[in-house]
Design a protein around this ligand. Structure first.
Ligand code: NAD
Length: 518
């Protein structure tokens, strides 16, 4: 059951600072709702989200249908990627947050800080603006919306203009389990996202392209809003000669083509050690030609269509550019000419001059770059523009781990690829153009909570170093500095100096400030 209704009144202007327009109204309403939500016990907040997750699971067909209609998800991916995860995500976040949000005692040295106690508490930021992409319009929201709410914030969610109904379904269902105003939705395009920032939320979580991420980060910096920006990826897989070929082919196929490659953690480049490159390309070609994709199979396909005509055009241009620069098209290569379908496309003999290797393609396309060995592969991978996920495929796990340490990426996998994007306990982050944002794990919490240090002092007398100053204090400081420097010659003077100083302070304050020391 949701906790009792917060004292929700009309949107309250904050000292006349309420921003105009719909974004400003939602923020003002969110601030009122957040006040009592932040005082709700974590267990009660978790209970609200668990209730919502159960309802999402029961009504999963609605989410699946919307994701298929809106951005072309195939049935299996709508079920596994959008519908199956909410309960695990809520429970996982509860496990991360229970210890992380607990008040933490900080011991203070009783000699330096006599009579004092201190602790740190995590204070929710207030109203968090979440600006989201379209590619995982339901499940992609768990890792920002759930921790924001569970740590005591209100949320204003701005879904992508390409997936308003799927993301809106999620938000409406979830809001039904929360006090009014705790989760609100602001639909619209980029201009609406910008207006949301102008209304000055207390924090912002952005997920999307680097171009938008840069604009959002700059605007947030201007307005002094803490912002976590997670941007694109161009994940490489490094295939070593000793890999298990069948496992590698199956794994790379899945992680290159899942969601038609429209995932930040999709494998887009393979660095294949020359000794295995022919076998790998030939086996990938066979498998990819056998996958179902296209209007004939529709949502029963293995590989989905593109989500938008714009995305289809980017993919077409990257493939054309690669072909013109000498890549070999092993399978696929051009749009199917019906709807937004682009067939699984495998390109061999690629290099770093090609857009398909340099830039995010976000489509069902894999570029194979042949390398002499792991050293060359790692050097090349670390030069890619993005730094989200990378994987190494080898039978020698110890060697794989050693090589992984040299990969300048946020998520590194051996014999699998970035499957942990939805695991609340594991950080999901990147380097270079992927941005500095961290999703998942306690390391993501600074976006949602700020620390408050609280200190309680039970002493009655003034502190030695408080005003007014005198010669005795200077001498005392000198002896203390010597002590810290292991020069103990004048240590015997310390008790006397401290007593004298305390007496001087007592005398001064007894004289009711009427006289000077000395
Ligand atoms: P996008 O940058 O076009 O849009 C993202 C969101 O920003 C949308 O809601 C959009 O309306 C909003 N927006 C646009 N201009 C804005 C502005 N000036 N101010 C505020 N908001 C604005 O990205 P997209 O096409 O929706 O998503 C695809 C991108 O997202 C890809 O690059 C992909 O790699 C990335 N992505 C990254 C991750 C990750 O975890 N790193 C996860 C999913 C997607």
């Amino acid at each position: 059951m949701p906790p009792s209704e917060p004292p929700l009144t009309d949107p309250v202007p904050l000292d006349g600072m309420q921003a105009p327009g719909p974004a400003g109204r939602l923020l003002a309403r969110g601030r009122v709702a957040q006040e009592s939500w932040s005082h709700t016990h974590l267990a009660a907040r978790v209970a609200c989200l668990v209730g919502a997750a159960h309802e999402m699971l029961a009504r999963r067909q609605e989410a699946m249908d919307l994701a298929t209609r809106e951005i072309g998800k195939v049935h299996a991916e709508a079920l596994f990627n959008e519908a199956l995860g909410p309960l695990d995500a809520v429970k996982g976040w509860a496990r991360v947050l229970r210890p992380a949000l607990r008040r933490r005692r900080v011991p203070l040295n009783p000699l330096g800080f006599p009579g004092k106690r201190a602790w740190v508490e995590a204070v929710p930021r207030g109203v968090v603006a979440i600006i989201a992409p379209w590619n995982f319009p339901v499940a992609g929201l768990y890792r920002s919306v759930f921790p924001a709410l569970l740590s005591g914030n209100a949320v204003v969610l701005k879904p992508s203009e390409l997936s308003p109904r799927s993301s809106g379904w999620f938000a409406e269902l979830l809001a039904g389990h929360l006090p009014a105003g705790v989760l609100q939705v602001l639909q619209g395009d980029g201009a609406m996202g910008a207006a949301l920032l102008d209304a000055r939320p207390d924090a912002c979580v952005f997920t999307g392209s680097p171009a938008t991420g840069r604009k959002v980060s700059v605007r947030c910096a201007d307005l002094g809003i803490p912002c976590s920006a997670e941007m694109g990826g161009k994940d490489p897989a490094i295939v070593l000669a000793d890999c298990d070929l069948e496992r590698t082919v199956a794994g790379i196929t899945h992680w290159a083509l899942c969601n038609a490659g429209q995932a930040c953690g999709a494998i887009e480049v393979v660095y294949a050690e020359r000794a295995i490159a022919d076998a790998l390309v030939s086996r990938l070609g066979e498998v990819w030609s056998a996958l179902r994709s296209g209007p004939l199979h529709g949502a029963a396909s293995d590989v989905a269509p593109m989500a938008s005509a714009r995305q289809l055009e980017v993919v077409r241009q990257h493939v054309e550019d690669a072909r013109a620069r000498g890549a070999t098209v092993v399978t696929g290569g051009a749009p199917l000419g019906e709807g937004l379908w682009f067939p699984p496309t495998l390109l061999d003999h690629c290099n770093h001059a090609m857009a398909v290797v340099r830039d995010e393609t976000f489509g069902p396309v894999l570029a194979v770059v042949r390398v002499e060995g792991p050293a060359e592969a790692i050097r090349a991978a670390n030069q890619l523009r993005y730094g989200l996920g990378a994987s190494i495929w080898t039978r020698d796990l110890a060697r794989g781990q050693r090589l992984a340490e040299r990969l300048d990426y946020g998520v590194v996998s051996i014999n699998n690829h970035s499957f942990t994007g939805a695991v609340p306990a594991l950080p999901w982050s990147g380097t270079r153009a992927t941005g500095f944002g961290v999703a998942n794990s306690a390391l993501a919490l600074p976006t949602f909570v700020r620390p408050r240090a609280v200190v309680v002092d039970r002493r009655k007398q003034p502190e030695l170093y408080w005003m007014p100053y005198d010669q005795g204090l200077l001498e005392l400081g000198d002896v203390l500095a010597d002590l810290q420097n292991n020069r103990l010659g004048r240590a015997w003077k310390l008790p006397g100096l401290m007593r004298r100083r305390m007496r001087a302070l007592r005398d001064f304050f007894r004289r009711r400030h009427s006289a000077q020391l000395r």
